[in-house]
Design a binder for this molecule. Structure first.
Ligand code: ZN
Length: 310
């Protein structure tokens, strides 16, 4: 049961696509590694931000849906996304965010790691977490942020759940997570010993209403597996646990299976390969609108309906 390797990507819902692009590439200095469309709703962009080479586990992706209502906080939703930054870089980041007009929250220490909460322009709750854990990361030389201070990818996610027991049993018995214990109101679960990019935290809120998707909210979280065989093995256990996984869906850059965990949050299993360089050169990732082959015949209509991004 060791197939899951850690976070693969997190997908959230943004407001205006241009504001989203400016914030993640300029203010946070991440690389736009894929400019595509929502494969189920091709009138909407799907924008992917990651490290220089788009390692699985560094990706934060967005569907900009400005017409949608704001997300409603509640159980069965991912309520926060943490991004890994190098140890000692937090003062730089506080200064950078504040000088960019981003309101920052109160510094926290979580299990020995300094963490800074803030929100993106559309309200997505983010945290920068200083970590010394080993990670797969390549700095992007065109980032406005110096290589030694750049965001290194996804650190963890936090979910609100009505029942800790239900999701906990599913994580440990079906997905192969280890229970890493509680710290205050947050209960941590990890794969392969936990560490940066390899854990999530749950908070049990039995009296709280169900949350709802919207701008500034997380749509789903995806977990890495090495290949299709590993994905099929996990999928089989998810099916046996009656969580009704989808068939394997070819997302072109990876192969995906979706399902709802027992608390109602949307999870995905995604393969590491073939990766974002399958249809673009590494140097020019993200520069052009990329469509999966089955949407190419509709390129003209799709491009005409999308806002221009510079
Ligand atoms: Zn996904």
């Amino acid at each position: 049961m060791n197939e899951i390797l850690g976070l693969h990507h997190v997908t959230a819902i943004a407001g205006d696509a241009r504001e989203n692009l400016a914030f993640y590439t300029r203010t946070l200095g991440m690389r736009l590694v894929k400019r595509s469309v929502n494969q189920d709703s091709p009138g909407t962009y799907h924008l992917f931000y990651a490290d220089a080479v788009a390692h699985p586990g560094t990706d934060l992706t967005f569907f900009p849906w400005p017409e949608m209502a704001p997300a409603k906080a509640g159980v069965g939703l991912t309520m926060e996304v943490s991004l890994a930054i190098p140890g000692g870089s937090l003062e730089f980041w506080i200064e950078r965010l504040e000088s960019s007009g981003v309101k920052t929250g109160t510094l926290e220490e979580r299990r020995g790691e300094r963490c800074l909460p803030f929100a993106d322009p559309h309200g997505l709750p983010l945290v920068l977490a200083e970590t010394a854990d080993a990670r797969e990361f390549v700095a992007w030389d065109k980032s406005p942020i110096a290589a030694k201070k750049q965001i290194m990818g996804l650190h963890s996610v936090r979910l609100w759940e009505r029942s800790l027991d239900d999701t906990s049993a599913f994580l440990t018995k079906v997905l192969g997570f280890e229970d890493l214990g509680a710290d205050g109101e947050w209960h941590r679960f990890g794969v392969h010993g936990g560490g940066s990019g390899k854990f999530l935290e749950l908070r049990e809120l039995p009296e709280t209403a169900r949350g709802a998707w919207g701008t500034g909210g997380v749509h789903h979280i995806a977990w890495r597996v090495a290949d299709l065989d590993a994905e099929l093995a996990v999928r089989e256990r998810i099916g046996a646990a009656r969580r009704r996984p989808t068939d394997v869906i070819d997302r072109f850059w990876f192969k995906s299976v979706y399902f709802l965990e027992p608390g109602g949050a949307l999870f995905e299993i995604a393969t590491d390969g073939p990766g974002f360089t399958v249809d673009e050169k590494l140097e020019s990732l993200g520069e052009k609108l990329v469509l999966p082959p089955w949407l190419e015949p509709s390129r003209a209509q799709i491009e005409a309906a999308l806002p221009q991004l510079k």
